[in-house]
Design a protein around this ligand. Structure first.
Ligand code: AMP
Length: 278
């Protein structure tokens, strides 16, 4: 595997690969890699000829400076994992190689109403940062196919909208959520959980499963309220638990054959999100 920091060098290499008719697969990440990330690389390897993973802790998508400063960074271990899975290139630029000073963020404001709810409401400016960095990364890596995790369900919708508008030749792939044996969705942030927090974190997915079982039943509202109150008990601090239309993220009050339940909690000082298609 080649480690490249310079965007111009990467663009040159990708153009050479494309001239040989190779299909480029791209997996953007913020590092502190785990088996969820690796599953995306494996999917890319199975379906494209040359796989690029990026590790870039994107400052413009963080709305809390403390969260940005505390985001785990584990480059040595990441390199080993990527080499073992057969990734072709790791792109790991410096912030100054991506952003000029005083650069404006792109705006996701007119992407549709779904942009303003859930993560969009709780993390103002987050999706502006996401589309800003992905626009830059797609222009450098010129991918044929990109791979994103359903773990970030709303982000997948944002990326699909970005691609439909500005990069119609890219094929978008949404990959399944990889979980620990006890159901906790793998996340780079899990390493920040204390032993006690880690022990109760699986409660998040258990709640989603419980709601999944209750979804078609008459006492649905009571089940949702019960789930909300159980996830609001300390040390959980519930940000949202909503059942939504999977295409618009409008809140659903009653049974619908298509639905997704999405949750965000703070557990101690760690923010965790998860979702489950009902
Ligand atoms: P991140 O490094 O958190 O920005 O994530 C990079 C990519 O990995 C995103 O597309 C995430 O949705 C995806 N991802 C993160 N956690 C998981 C997981 N547990 N299962 C599958 N994909 C994941």
């Amino acid at each position: 595997m080649i480690l490249i920091k310079d965007p111009i060098a990467l663009e040159g290499l990708i153009k050479a690969k494309k001239a040989q008719n190779l299909a480029i697969g791209f997996v953007p990440t913020m590092g502190a890699l785990h088996l969820g990330h690796i599953s995306l690389i494996e999917e890319a390897k199975a379906n494209t000829d040359f796989v690029v993973c990026s590790i870039f802790v994107n400052p413009t998508q963080f709305n809390s400076p403390t969260d940005l400063a505390n985001y785990p960074r584990t480059l040595e271990a990441d390199l080993l994992l990527l080499a073992a899975v057969g990734c072709d290139v790791l792109f790991h630029p410096e912030v100054s190689q991506i952003y000029q000073s005083k650069e404006l963020k792109l705006s996701a404001a007119d992407y549709g109403n779904f942009i303003h709810v859930l993560e969009g409401a709780k993390r103002p400016g987050h999706f502006d940062g996401v589309i800003t960095i992905l626009t830059k990364l797609f222009k450098i890596t010129l991918p044929n196919q990109v791979y994103f995790g359903q773990k970030d369900y709303q982000q997948c919708m944002v990326v699909q909208t970005l691609i439909a508008r500005d990069f119609p030749s890219i094929k978008f792939n949404r990959c399944a959520i990889v979980r620990e044996a006890d159901g906790l969705a793998l996340s780079s942030r899990n390493v920040r959980l204390t032993r006690e927090e880690r022990a109760i974190a699986p409660q998040i997915f258990k709640t989603l499963q419980y709601l999944s079982q209750q979804w078609q039943k008459l006492a649905w509202e009571a089940a949702l309220n019960e789930a909300r109150s159980s996830l609001s008990k300390l040390p959980f601090e519930l940000e949202y638990l909503e059942v939504c239309d999977p295409n618009t993220l409008e809140t659903l009050q009653d049974y619908s054959a298509n639905a997704v339940v999405l949750v965000a909690v703070n557990l101690g000082s760690t923010r965790l999100i998860d979702n489950h298609i009902l």
